[in-house]
Design a protein around this ligand. Sequence first.
Ligand code: ARG
Length: 564
Amino acid sequence: MNFKEELCKKIADNTNFSVDDIYKLIEVPPNIEMGDFSLPCFKFAKNLGKSPQIIASELAQKLNDIDFIDQIKTAGPYLNFYLNKEIFCTSTIKEIIKEGENFGHSNIGKGKNVVIDFSSPNIAKPFHVGHLRSTVIGNALYNIYNFMGYNSIGVNHLGDWGTQFGKLIVAYKLWGDKKVIEEKGIEELNRIYVKFHSEAEKDPSLNDEARHWLVKMEDGDKEALDLWRWFNEISMIEFERIYKRLNIKFDYYTGESFYNDKINNVLKELEEKGILEESNKAKIVNLEEYNMPPCLILRSDGGTLYHTRDIATALYRKNTYDFEKCIYVTAIDQILHFKQLFKVIELMGYDWYKDLVHVPFGLVSLESGKLSTRKGNVVLMEELLNEAVLKTKSIIEEKNPNLENKDLVSEQVGIGAIIFNDLYNSRIKDVVFSWDRMLNFEGETGPYVQYSCVRANSVLEKGGEIDFNNIDFSILTDDASIQIIKLLYNYKDKIIEAGNKYEPFILTRHLVNIAQSFNKFYHDNPIIVSCEKTKNARLALVYCVKTVLEKGLSLLGISTPNKM
Ligand code: ARG
């Protein structure tokens, strides 16, 4: 039962505001003493020509026969509503039991597609921590949107075309060793790529050669394309390995090269619509009027660019998926890129430019000295994952040396800690890696929430079967239980808010709150007690907590071990 909505209907019946308007007005008071819902009456004052205080007390009279409301109190211009605890907890718990892990699911997005462009690393370049953020945030949004009833379409827009491949071919021909590359993968490809840049400073003719190879690639030259394909394969092995560990899947791997044969139509269209200009032999869309640098469409040598391919991409996605929204998850340094892109789509006359959303995120910073990196300040993803898992394993060795499946649990907890840490703050904030904080089993961390699930699990195991049909709900009306049930009840709204704001941290924090209240409850209330009625009711609550926490974590992309 949606108590908030039911309450809004009753209020709407007694005012000349719509249910939707009231819904937006209703607040949740900061503490329990002030009730469960609060209605500020300022807005009614204008219409009725009475003071908000008077309106509040008049409304309180009119609304006094709602069965699920125990009490209505006025507090100046506010009206505070107190839910009937037993009705509230009965309805919420019954719903969780009925829905299971589907609890919190909604149909807001039914029949609508949402494209989520995330992760999108670049071929032959290291998968670094910046890509980690895109991967983790994008995957959480993917799951959250699916849970809101949308059909999420996850796309990996691999950086698999462009000038870097000309350079890489030259580098390979000069200094590459097939065996070493097969053995070391991206690390070696990156080494020769970096070498190319330092050598080209001394000998600029290398750049001409690189351009020559790029043209060959664009003309379909077999040798060039074979090498290009091979670089792709080598890189994908590594990317797949990482995605597998993170348990992430994409619906499509349509990288930049996928749009090669769609570029000509874009050029034609831009030309026909009169927005393509020539500038220093290059082709651009002039965005001066909008206070932005021009959007580069064709280089003077005829080569296409990141923007060109992104225009083709947006058109293709709209035509293919008829999306409700197309979400791009990248670091903040691409804000301008997407502003320009969306403006060009608007100038092309497509009103769906409004449905293109850039979801930027802040940088990753490292607590200095704590993270070992092999080279410079590029922190490689796999090193990071390995370090997290290793550190977790040593904590487990210390705390619970006899645990079964230590390796698997370390993997789940170590990687979970990284994901959780990334999703713990508003995404625009920089993420700081501090191992001590991330892996603190008592802090606001992934391991803490996972541990709460494990604790719930073990209580359930000890407690034996629950009689779901005979729960005495009056037992769950104490403060500690009600606080948990309220948080469980708000879980659905939090998911929707997280999705609408593209902010997974809203869900992350809510899970921490649930875990904290649960641990308080667990501490204060014996669960496995001699009174069967009490035991049964409390076990049912524990079951609900476990179900929601586990599913909530999985929406964030984190799996939970049975024991840890
Ligand atoms: N490959 C790019 C990078 O590593 C991200 C691509 C994002 N998606 C897009 N459609 N531009 O920065």
